[in-house]
Design a protein around this ligand. Structure first.
Ligand SMILES: O=C([C@H](O)CO)[C@H](O)[C@H](O)COP(=O)(O)O
Length: 210
């Protein structure tokens, strides 16, 4: 069964915890977004894991160097999954994976900014990534002509476990899962909704219906 991951790109621990409490019944993975961790520090990871010990807590560190050191910080704080950038060197990714193995947790490689996402996804899977996030970041999404269809097409030919992040919403989540993504990542479609619980519930039902 494919998983639903909420990407919380709010800026305070208080708001993140309030959102997570509303949507918890519908989601599998709670992502603490990079801006949230930069604003609040790694303590937000600990606070979220304490509030939701039954969920996978995902620390979106987007590490580019010092892979083992940075991943270790997040795992010690309570993260189950931590991101390292696909644009980083193999040594950085291997270091993060070493930390994950030491904690019995996982590394997700984020392909933001990578030109050939499918090729890199296949390479880093061999290094031991838990899964690879085919990701168009917020700035890319706001660029004219952006379409999530590019990521959906890439997922269909990746041949390795992937998630899709970059504007997932109720109109495209079925295609995201049908393309083979094991995780659909939804940020603004949930935290920006008038009723986040209803939005998360609708996404959950659409995923489960595939
Ligand atoms: O990872 C993200 C971005 O780099 C800011 O942290 C987003 O959480 C990711 O793009 C998913 O968010 P939406 O595109 O709003 O669904």
């Amino acid at each position: 069964m494919a998983k639903l991951q909420v990407a919380i790109d709010l800026l305070t621990t208080k708001d993140a915890l309030a959102l997570a409490a509303k949507i918890a019944p519908y989601i599998d993975i709670i992502e603490l977004g990079t801006p949230l961790i930069k604003n609040e520090g790694i303590a937000v990871v600990t606070a979220m894991k304490q509030a939701h010990p039954d969920k996978l807590v995902f620390a979106d560190l987007k590490t580019m160097d010092a892979g083992e050191l940075e991943a270790d910080i997040a795992f010690k704080a309570g993260a189950d999954l931590v991101t390292v950038l696909g644009a980083a060197g193999d040594a950085t990714i291997a270091g993060a994976i070493k930390a994950a193995k030491a904690h019995g947790k996982g590394i997700v490689v984020d392909t933001i900014g990578v030109a050939d996402r499918v090729k890199r996804a296949q390479e880093v899977t061999k290094l031991g990534a838990e899964f690879v996030e085919l990701h168009a970041g917020l700035d890319e999404q706001w660029t004219e002509g952006y379409s999530i269809q590019v990521l959906i097409d890439e997922a269909a030919r990746a041949g390795v476990p992937v998630s899709i992040a970059g504007g997932v919403n109720i109109n495209n989540v079925t295609a995201v899962i049908k393309a083979g993504a094991i995780v659909a990542v939804a940020g603004a479609a949930i935290y920006g909704a008038e009723d986040p619980a209803a939005a998360a519930k609708a996404l959950r039902e659409a995923i489960d219906a595939v």
